[in-house]
Each structure stands twice: as C-alpha cells, then as structure tokens.
Design a protein around this ligand. Structure first.
Ligand code: ITT
Length: 199
C-alpha cells in the first residue's frame, strides 16, 4: 500500500514515515518528488484545511494514489490570527523565513508578554483518488519572544515559546518538537484515518 505526501520538504516525509512505521500499518510513504511533472496546485483556500484538501485532492487525482497534504502557519492573537495561511510569505517572498520573522517582530513591537499569545496550526488532509477526504488539525500554543533564540527548526521556531516551556521551538531537538508540535499532532491523528481508509 502506497501513500504519497504532497511536499518537497524531506523533513516532513521523514517525520510522517516514522509515525506510520511505528503504527505498523504496512503503508509505504513516498514524497511528491517520486512523481515528477505534477503541477503545483494554487492554494486558493481561506483556511489551512481548505488548502490542505486542495493539495491532497490534486495529487491523488494526478497520481491515482491516496495522497496526504498539510498546510500550516503561525496565528498571532493580537493580529487576529495573522499571518495564518500567509505565514510562508508574510514579508512578500515565499519561504524567506528571516524576513517573515523580522517583519512579525516589528509588527508586535514592544507589546507586553501577556499580549504575545500565538499558536502554530497544521491541517493534514488525506484524499483518495475517488474523492473521499478526511482532515485532522493540530495546534501548538505559546507566546512570542521579543528576540529570536535557537538555530533548530525553521520558520518562526526561534520566536515561539510553547506554553510550559522555557525554550523556543528552535532550541529543542527535532524529536522534542515533534512530540508536541501542531504537525506532529496532525500527523499522528492521521494514523487511525489511514487505518480506516487504507487498512
Ligand atoms: P510545503 O512544501 O510542504 O508546502 P512550506 O514551508 O511552503 O512547505 P508549510 O505549510 O509547511 O509550507 O509552512 C508554512 C509556513 O508556516 C512556513 O513557511 C513557516 O513560516 C510557518 N510554519 C509552519 N510550521 C512551522 C513550524 O513547525 N515552525 C515554524 N514555522 C512554521
């Protein structure tokens, strides 16, 4: 049984593969790179779930294989949930993590600790070629530091300090972060769904 993950991020493939293997489902996970020539889908949804579903359906349709896709981002309380689905291109250029983070810190200015609440959100969608779909969402709640700290992870990790933690996500090992992260929760939540639909 094959499952394809709609990402070019090798780290995500490794993370989901480990979760599926631990569950002993007998499912082989491959990255979208294994199927070259599939056009990128326009992420026109207004929620993480809508965008994840768009990507999963497009890939399942194009390959004829069950597909998983995730969409994620940082939602800041005082910004009414922004950058949200625009997290990867908040400062204009897709994937310019440093510029995105610097802009966000500038927007927050010296707003006090108690008003710096934020969460990472992830929606993981599974779509079958016949159109069957499921979505699982995960969150990681925390507060935003005034200055970045740590070199691990990516994106906004150096400024998000999870609730109950003294470190930022960028100061944790990948394993420590996966155990509590929005994506870890959403991917682990996919296990029963994969068992139901592919098992
Ligand atoms: P894909 O190829 O899988 O689409 P992406 O980086 O473009 O990867 P994501 O949906 O994974 O898209 O992430 C969107 C943005 O949200 C990402 O660029 C970060 O700025 C932020 N983000 C998401 N998850 C994060 C995490 O675990 N830590 C830090 N920032 C995160």
């Amino acid at each position: 049984k094959r499952l394809i993950l709609a990402t070019r991020n090798a780290g995500k493939v490794t993370e989901l593969r480990a979760i599926l293997e631990a569950a002993g489902l007998g499912v082989e996970l491959v990255g979208a790179d294994a199927y070259p020539g599939i056009p990128d889908v326009k992420e026109t949804g207004v929620t993480f779930a809508e965008n994840a579903l768009l990507k999963a359906h497009a890939l399942a349709r194009a390959t004829g294989i069950p597909a998983v896709a995730d969409d994620s981002g940082l939602c800041v309380d005082v910004l009414n949930g922004a950058p949200g689905i625009f997290s990867a291109r908040w400062a204009g250029t897709h994937g310019d993590d440093r510029a995105n983070l610097d802009l966000l810190l500038a927007q927050l200015g010296d707003i006090a600790e108690e008003h710096r609440g934020a969460h990472f959100a992830c929606a993981a969608a599974l779509a079958l070629p016949d159109g069957t779909e499921r979505v699982i969402e995960g969150r990681l709640e925390g507060t935003l530091r005034h200055t970045p700290s740590g070199t691990g992870g990516f994106g906004y990790d150096p400024i998000l300090q999870p609730l109950g933690e003294t470190r930022t996500c960028a100061e944790m090992t990948a394993e420590e972060k996966n155990a509590i992260s929005h994506r870890g929760k959403a991917f682990r939540g996919l296990v029963p769904v994969v068992r139901e639909l592919l098992g």
